[in-house]
Design a protein around this ligand. Structure first.
Ligand code: ATP
Ligand code: MG
Length: 228
């Protein structure tokens, strides 16, 4: 059996203080193989974004074990965790989170440059070309449509060739038609880069495009099945 690229065992997370303390993840076991596409479904508040936060190293689990690409995230200090995430993990969120003072090209190139990549700007341009934005390199986010901004965010996430792409409701801020093209694009980029994809969605049609569907309820995994 091959090692899982994402391997979570008995993961627990509680947030808030005192009487406001809430158990959010209540013992999650989840193993995902390299190159798999997995949809994470579940009602609002069931813990989907929280699970993604601990799997991507944005949040530390309180208990259990998280191995990502063979690294035990719980044992890494802040610097080691940041270094481990860089280049291994790409994140795409519902609100695109582009830097407003940077052009599309800079939004993609600057993180590459900070990561010490040579030819950051040339690679960023190629990445934006791949998402159909070759003609918008010098536009600022405010000059781009929502769908175009999400394309930039996808280019930014895939540019360092991460082994894992996490997407939290990537079409949540887009109209249906634009959302559909963005999902096509996300799956295209996943296929081309061979990345593992974990995508949170409320859209069953979108979930069905993944090979596997994991459903959460109240901080736990309710079902885990191959898509029909
Ligand atoms: N910092 C926090 N402190 C306390 N509780 C929190 C905190 N962040 C999230 N929660 C609670 O954790 C639960 C799970 O939240 P989470 O954002 O993971 O849900 P979700 O499944 O992503 O929901 P949605 O579909 O609405 O995005 C919610 O009940 C939320 O109120
Ligand atoms: Mg959420």
């Amino acid at each position: 059996m091959t090692a899982s690229i994402i391997d979570a065992r008995a993961v627990r997370l509680a947030l808030g203080k005192g009487s406001a303390r809430v158990d959010i993840l209540k013992g999650i076991d989840l193993a995902i193989q390299a190159g798999e596409t997995v949809a994470l479904l579940g009602p609002s508040g069931s813990g989907k974004s929280s699970l993604m936060a601990v799997l991507s190293g944005l949040e530390r689990a309180d208990d259990g074990r998280i191995d990502i690409a063979g690294l035990d995230f719980g044992r890494l200090d802040e610097d080691a965790l940041a270094a481990a995430r860089r280049g291994r993990i790409g994140i795409i969120l519902q609100a695109f989170h582009l830097l407003p003072t940077m052009t599309a090209l800079e939004n993609v190139a600057v993180p590459l440059e900070l990561a010490g990549e040579a030819d950051a700007f040339a690679r960023a341009a190629a990445e934006l070309e791949a998402v159909g934005l070759g003609h918008r390199l010098d536009h600022y986010p405010s000059q781009l449509s929502g769908g175009e901004q999400q394309r930039v965010a996808i280019a930014r996430a895939t540019a360092p060739r991460p082994a894992i792409l996490f997407a939290d409701e990537p079409t949540g801020n887009l109209d249906g038609a634009t959302g559909a093209t963005i999902m096509d694009l996300l799956f295209d980029r996943q296929r081309e880069t061979g990345a593992t994809l974990l995508v949170i969605t409320h859209d069953p049609a979108l979930a069905a495009r993944c090979a596997r569907i994991v459903e959460m309820r109240d901080g736990a995994i309710l079902s885990d099945r191959a898509a029909a």
